[in-house]
Design a protein around this ligand. Structure first.
Ligand SMILES: Cc1cc2nc3c(=O)[nH]c(=O)nc-3n(C[C@H](O)[C@H](O)[C@H](O)COP(=O)(O)OP(=O)(O)OC[C@H]3O[C@@H](n4cnc5c(N)ncnc54)[C@H](O)[C@@H]3O)c2cc1C
Length: 491
């Protein structure tokens, strides 16, 4: 039995731990924070609210099904999943809101009503998105991306042209749709992957299949239910977890990691899996000569955005607000440029409002609402209380246009979260929220590698490696790295 240390307890670390324990190893997870879950932690307030701190969109449910099935369980053994109907709302302006239905026929009718002829084109677009999704899931995402040879099988090569790796997502969308509302609706999942549609390969229209065809789901009790379930699966397989345990150093000898250091204690291991932010692990935990990538490499990378977040308790019910509402009532391109091209606080931000209490009574006291505001911003911005508050008021005023009332007098809980918190809590590079953007030059074999080239038993996993940002990819990343570790330990 080998002894394996996992650094970090987000989705990737917990998944890797569970698979490695199931493979028969002694696995220890070390988490710097008091609570497990990484970016998907939650917190409960004294006045009865429970806030998920990070993810809120449950897409690609079969990835979760697959994880639990690998251990002989079903999702329903741990949490109840409900499909949201409508899936989400998009606000284009005052009294101009589009509810995105969860059923296909209603979606086609909606498209047709906005742009005549677009229903047929949507069918074509989604057929292609489904093809990409299937090839992606079957042939691409469960591979470690160490070499191009992993992708050289007949079906993948034959499908490569249809995968449209080299065409731009924004051009692809405009071949099918011309109405700005439809373009914004189709481009939004890609923005979630953290890049401008102009810089994203058309391959990623596979996300439209996930978003518009596979449904938008919600785990009752909140996203933290998934973390609790994964911790439980890991514990049943024998995983030991250690919170308040920031790893300060990975000690190496003769090209191998021998131990980790936590304050003054040194613990020996046969292999180390780092699921904490890649840059932090390389710049703070190992000697500089043994890094895969230097500081210049990270400076050149396109990071997914950071975010300004507000967690709000509202002491009354709010009308006119869905579980998910996207405020696309300002110029998408302008905001994207202010995130990626010319990083600055946005002049006219787009933002997102999550109100899980519309679906789930357990996350707020009776008669109250739980509201989460998220405004994507560039990484590395100077972040101050005054700036946060200015944007808070911008978002609340736009929310007021939607709900017809100013909710600020009804706030009975308020907490903000931004760049400096991401850095302090997760050792996040420049305060990134979701890792690296999925641009062409940062896809598959071009992502940071899962194996350290100079320390043969040090592995990396998580949203900065393959397959990329988001909960399902991080979960897959944990599975993929566990295969690499097992391979190393058995050869
Ligand atoms: C605000 C927000 C909203 C999001 N919304 C969605 C969404 O709706 N849907 C979706 O699919 N995805 C969403 N995401 C993305 C998704 O949450 C992440 O991609 C995923 O949770 C990342 O998991 P991970 O394991 O790679 O990293 P993390 O969750 O960051 O885990 C890494 C862990 O390592 C720990 N750590 C760091 N340094 C050390 C150290 N030295 N020693 C020990 N531990 C250390 C950190 O504390 C952390 O717990 C969102 C993310 C954020 C931040």
């Amino acid at each position: 039995m080998s002894k394996i240390a996992i650094i970090g307890s987000g989705f990737s670390g917990l998944a890797a731990a569970a698979y490695l324990a199931k493979a028969g190893h002694e696995v220890h997870v070390f988490e710097k924070n008091e609570m497990l879950g990484g970016r998907a932690r939650n917190f409960t307030t004294e006045n009865g609210y429970t806030f998920d701190m990070g993810p809120s969109w449950y897409w690609m449910p079969e990835v979760f099904d697959k994880f639990f099935a690998d251990f002989g369980y079903k999702v329903a053994d741990f949490y109840k999943l409900v499909e949201l109907s409508p899936a989400f709302d998009v606000v284009y302006g005052p009294k101009d809101t589009l509810s995105v239905p969860d059923n296909q026929e209603a979606l086609y009718t909606l498209f047709e009503s906005i742009e005549p002829g677009s229903a047929a084109r949507l069918k074509q677009f989604l057929l292609e998105a489904e093809f990409k999704y299937k090839v992606g899931m079957d042939k691409l995402v469960y591979k470690p991306g160490l070499s191009i040879t992993e992708f050289l099988d007949k079906d993948t090569i034959l499908g490569a042209l249809r995968l449209q790796v080299f065409s731009r997502f924004s051009d692809h969308v405009r071949k099918y749709f011309s109405h700005p509302k439809l373009i914004a609706l189709i481009e939004f999942p890609v923005l979630f992957l953290g890049a401008m549609p102009q810089d994203t390969p058309a391959l990623y229209s596979l996300m439209n299949h996930a978003c518009l065809q596979l449904g938008t789901w919600y785990p009752m009790g909140g996203f933290y239910k998934i973390i609790e379930a994964m911790v439980e699966v890991g514990k049943r397989a024998g995983v030991k977890v250690h919170t308040n345990s920031a790893v300060d150093e990975i000690i190496t000898k003769d090209g191998k990691a021998t131990s980790i250091r936590i304050k003054d204690s040194i613990l020996d291991f046969d292999a180390v899996v780092a699921s904490a932010d890649y840059n932090h692990v390389e710049s703070k935990l190992i000697p500089s000569a043994q890094r895969n990538y230097d500081a210049r490499y990270w400076e050149k990378k396109t990071f997914a955005p950071s975010s300004l977040i507000y967690y709000l308790g509202i002491n009354k019910r709010v009308k006119g607000l869905r579980h998910h509402t996207l405020f696309f009532d300002e110029n998408l391109l302008q905001h994207s440029k202010e995130i990626y091209k010319n990083p600055q606080w946005p002049s006219k931000p787009l933002f997102y409002v999550c109100c899980p209490s519309q679906t789930d009574d357990s996350v707020a006291p009776a008669g109250h609402e739980n509201i989460f505001l998220l405004m994507p911003i560039a990484t590395g911005l100077t972040d101050s209380e005054e700036l946060r508050e200015n944007y808070f008021n911008v978002m609340m005023e736009r929310l007021q246009m939607q709900t017809g009332e100013d909710l600020r007098p009804f706030i009975d809980y308020k907490k903000s979260y931004c760049v400096t918190d991401f850095i302090a809590d997760y050792n996040s590079f420049k305060g990134n929220a979701y890792g690296l953007a999925n641009t062409l030059m940062q896809t598959a074999i071009l992502k940071p590698k899962m194996i350290n080239k100079k320390i043969k038993n040090l592995f990396y996993t998580g949203q900065l490696t393959v397959p990329g940002p988001g909960v399902p990819p991080s979960l897959i990343s944990g599975k993929v790295v566990s295969g690499l570790v097992t391979n190393y330990l058995t050869h």
